[in-house]
Design a protein around this ligand. Structure first.
Ligand code: NAP
Length: 236
């Protein structure tokens, strides 16, 4: 007896994991977009044709950085940046993370938030991972933003590579974490707009701590080999 004989509907074919949505029309905001990582991501996404707004605690600082970046990137204070964007990347230092997100809860309601914050400490032995009370920066974001769609990605991208206009392609993978496939698909698709980069789904937010922490290892690699190391996930 086949499944149709028994009356149950045949199972739909599994979705192709590389079949990602068209995200070219989405406005991307970057909180802390005047910093190295935020400017780098804004530059790459702007250069790929994405509409980008960088945020700052001071609108004039954002406007000045945006003007330097070109590609139609705009600047605004963090609240306006969040309000005007469909997708908002959080690129502030770990020690400002909780305060800024708590203050933008309303502006970020309904938005797809991408946290790229690595909670790290530094001492004379180098970088080491901190363990936030919530488990990870991404889980802290999810706890503070119950009305937002929180994901995590872009932790392992080197800001100097992102910002270097002579670099045409950045050959690396971006680990994408989140609770809802439609959201992580959007983040993977955004990552893929940057030449050389693939977004790879890497689990739910409860596994963000390892991904954030791995940056301490990459910093050690960079120091030893004078590199801007990235990651490749093999066999996918
Ligand atoms: N640098 C990298 O290679 C890299 C790579 C991957 C991930 N990340 C992560 O990305 C985040 C940003 O890194 P970054 O190197 O760009 O840092 P950063 O330059 O030190 O800071 C980014 C921006 O955040 C704003 N900011 C500073 N302190 C703040 C506070 N207490 N509250 C709110 N905003 C504050 C500043 O902008 P305004 O003064 O204009 O507001 C600053 O320009 C970090 O969490 C880092 O772990 C960095």
């Amino acid at each position: 007896m086949t499944s149709s004989d028994s009356g149950s509907a045949p199972k739909p074919p599994a979705k192709d994991p590389w079949d990602l949505p068209d995200v070219s029309g989405l406005v991307v905001g970057v909180l802390g977009g005047t910093g190295d990582q935020g400017r780098g991501l804004a530059y790459r996404l702007g250069r790929a044709g994405q509409k980008v707004i960088i945020g700052s605690r001071a609108a004039d600082r954002a406007a000045a950085s945006a003007a330097e970046l070109g590609y139609g990137v705009e600047g605004a204070d963090n609240a306006e940046c969040a309000r005007r964007s469909d997708v908002v990347i959080v690129a502030v230092p770990w020690d400002g993370h909780a305060t800024i997100l708590a203050s933008l809860r309303e502006e970020l309601a309904g938005k797809l938030v991408i946290d790229c914050v690595n909670p790290l400490g530094f001492d004379k032995k180098g970088a080491y991972a901190l363990t936030p009370e919530e488990g990870s920066a991404a889980e802290q974001a999810a706890a503070l933003l119950p009305d937002s769609r929180v994901t995590a990605a872009f932790h392992h991208l080197s800001a100097p590579l992102l910002q270097d206009p002579a670099v045409e392609e950045i050959a690396t993978d971006v680990m994408v974490l989140g609770e809802v496939r439609a959201d992580t698909d959007i983040v993977q698709a955004l990552a893929a707009r940057i030449p050389g980069i693939r977004g790879v789904f890497a689990g739910r937010l409860r596994n963000a701590h390892q991904v954030e922490s791995l940056v301490a290892n990459l910093i050690s690699v960079n120091r030893r080999y004078k590199a801007h190391a990235g990651l490749r996930v093999t066999d996918v």
